[in-house]
Design a protein around this ligand. Structure first.
Ligand code: NAP
Length: 554
């Protein structure tokens, strides 16, 4: 053991299977289904007591998906598409959870899932060329493939505030929301105004006696324009599904929305305003299609026009001019952070008498006290504090698995200067480890189920290829990994992402290495690259037969 003194897995008897998958959300469920179809023996470990992943844990009031429901689902099964019907334009958390439960039952997946079970370590054994995976209930399982389906936004981030232990009220993180929380009549404080906070705040305002929103950075919330889906509309969706999926797969964001113009530069001011207003009325991610999304996210001039349009809308909605200015984002361009959606009058919530906006950028939180929060200038008396403070995104949940590859090297050691992967699918030094929607793949910059299906299908084809050709292991070369990391960084450097302190770059977690993590070139470009790699005999990967010298070095 050259790098880490403590073994990730204690030596006791282990069971043999073909593949271990971690996580039973959208990714883990589909991966299990596809590998079972290949005839592999597979086990999924899930720390929750049910399927659902993100949608199992994020049960806070107002939790809803910002992707439209008819495309926020599996496209691979006509049966599932035929039997399921979404009730609203954007699906609410309980409905998505129900959908995933339905899909798990439909595909009879539960018998291969161990719930309430956490992975405590995984270690690659070079002699047997297999993974040994340990769980918190003392089980050890040995498997050829180890597949992470832990998601990108799974490890909650809780800021390290002084005095939290002294706080005598209740506090909750939105991503670990209990079955029921009574906010009725209470003095509630919400920390955080990202996508989660913006969904949550109007709902809390309805329930609480008084709400204080502690905002550090304002955000650009665009109206979602949610509504029920009617029968005719649904009929039309069903009839056009083939086209919808084909357009979604071939798009930058994994969404089948038409784009108006390449650039705002060819348009007059009036035409620009018209294009933006039309998309503002459509709402949601369609707003990002007023101009080509890649252009809005890379051209500072176009972006400023879009950002200013939203700023004016915010000013129109908020009565108090001081509050309005505090809510107007000026420190980052629109889209440099993940754009949030407004479902139920987010900005208008600040016009209520029982809601107060507290600017914790001007006067930061210094400590929690027994009965509330002290900032540099004031004390706020609170019964309940809600942390909508986000996640240790992209890498947090993966690193929690304590994975050790060749020579006992752990992923956290390998990634001490930020994540390094090839295609976001594999890591050099970690044979037969696949990371669904891993760092440096499109993932969070797209409609997630589209990105997930592409990864699961690529991994399935790869494993089928290995079986057919008699390979035991596959592993990216260091060279291909370095090139991929450079390519991802280069694409990101040409966009506006570096102008925000976002979780895309790990900037939200103090001390975390700041590297832009998702692949920003679009799902369409990424899919072509992955297809070419596979067609080219897995170019950039090294494939080996059991205990053999490399068969094919690409
Ligand atoms: P987030 O975007 O990281 O927002 C966290 C918020 O907490 C920010 O406003 C941040 O302020 C604030 N914060 C963190 N530490 C703080 C501190 N020490 N003091 C004061 N404020 C602090 O997290 P999120 O809102 O949970 O969203 C994460 C991602 O999850 C989203 O971007 C989205 O991709 C996904 N999500 C999706 C949906 C959906 O599809 N419906 C819903 C929710 C979330 P700063 O900005 O100043 O750092």
């Amino acid at each position: 053991m050259s790098h880490d003194e403590s073994p990730a897995v204690e030596a006791t008897e282990a069971t043999d299977i073909d593949a271990v998958i971690v996580g039973a959300g959208f990714s883990g469920l589909y991966m299990l289904h596809r590998l079972r179809e290949l005839g592999l023996s597979v086990r999924v470990y899930e720390k929750g007591n049910g399927v659902g992943g993100t949608w199992y844990w994020n049960r806070y009031p107002g939790a809803r998906c910002d992707s439209e429901s008819h495309i926020y689902c599996y496209s691979f099964s006509d049966d599932i598409l035929d039997e399921w019907e979404w009730s609203e334009r954007y699906p609410e958390q309980p409905e998505i959870l129900e959908y995933l439960q339905f899909a798990a039952d439909h595909l009879e997946l539960r018998r291969d899932i161990e719930f309430n079970t956490e992975i405590t370590g995984a270690e690659f054994d070079e002699a047997s060329e297999t993974w040994t995976v340990a769980t918190d209930d003392g089980e050890r399982v040995s498997s050829q493939f180890f597949i992470s389906a832990v998601g990108c936004l799974s490890e909650p981030f809780l800021p390290d505030f002084d005095g939290l232990d002294d706080f005598e009220g209740e506090w909750y993180h939105t991503a670990r929301w209990p079955e029921s929380v009574d906010l009725e009549g209470k003095r509630v404080g919400v920390i955080g105004t990202g996508s989660t906070g913006i969904q949550l705040i109007p709902e809390v305002a309805e329930r609480a006696g008084h709400l204080s929103v502690l905002q550090r950075t304002p955000n650009y919330a665009v109206p979602a324009r949610n509504r029920p889906l009617n029968d005719e509309e649904y009929e039309e969706i069903r009839e056009n599904y083939d086209e919808i999926w084909s357009e979604a797969r071939d798009s930058r964001l994994g969404m089948p929305f038409d784009t108006e113009h390449n650039s705002a530069r060819q348009l007059s001011e009036e035409e620009i305003h018209e294009a933006l207003e039309k998309r503002w009325q459509q709402g949601g991610f369609r707003f990002l299609h007023a101009f080509e999304p890649g252009h809005t996210l890379s051209n500072a001039e176009t972006n400023e026009i879009v950002s200013e349009f939203i700023r004016d809308k915010i000013r129109e909605k908020v009565d108090d001019p001081d509050d309005a200015e505090s809510l107007v984002p000026t420190s980052h361009p629109y889209g440099a952070k993940r754009p949030p959606m407004d479902y139920n009058g987010y900005y208008e919530t600040y016009n209520r008498d029982d809601v107060r906006l507290v600017d914790v950028d001007d006067a930061p939180i210094t400590t929690f006290t027994a009965d509330g929060i002290q900032t540099e200038t004031d004390h706020y008396d609170l019964d309940v504090v809600i942390f909508a403070t986000g996640f240790d995104a992209m890498t947090g949940a993966l690193l929690e698995l304590d994975i050790q590859g060749r020579d006992g090297l752990s992923i956290s050691e390998k990634w001490n200067a930020g994540p390094r992967t090839y295609l976001g699918l594999g890591i050099s030094g970690f044979p037969n480890l696949f990371t669904i929607t891993g760092p440096q793949s499109p993932s969070v910059l797209t409609n997630m189920p589209m990105a997930i299906e592409q990864h699961v299908e690529w991994i399935t084809d790869c494993i089928e290829h290995m079986q057919r050709e008699g390979y035991q292991t596959i592993e990216p070369t260091e060279e291909s990994e370095s090139q991929w990391v450079s390519q991802t960084n280069m694409l990101a450097d040409n966009m506006l992402f570096s102008e925000a302190e976002s979780w895309y770059r790990g900037a939200n977690v103090p001390g975390k290495e700041q590297v832009f993590t998702p692949f920003p070139g679009g799902l369409d470009m990424y899919r072509d690259i992955c297809d070419r790699v596979a067609e080219d005999d897995y170019d950039g990967f090294e494939l080996r037969r059991a205990s053999d010298a490399p068969v094919a070095e690409q």
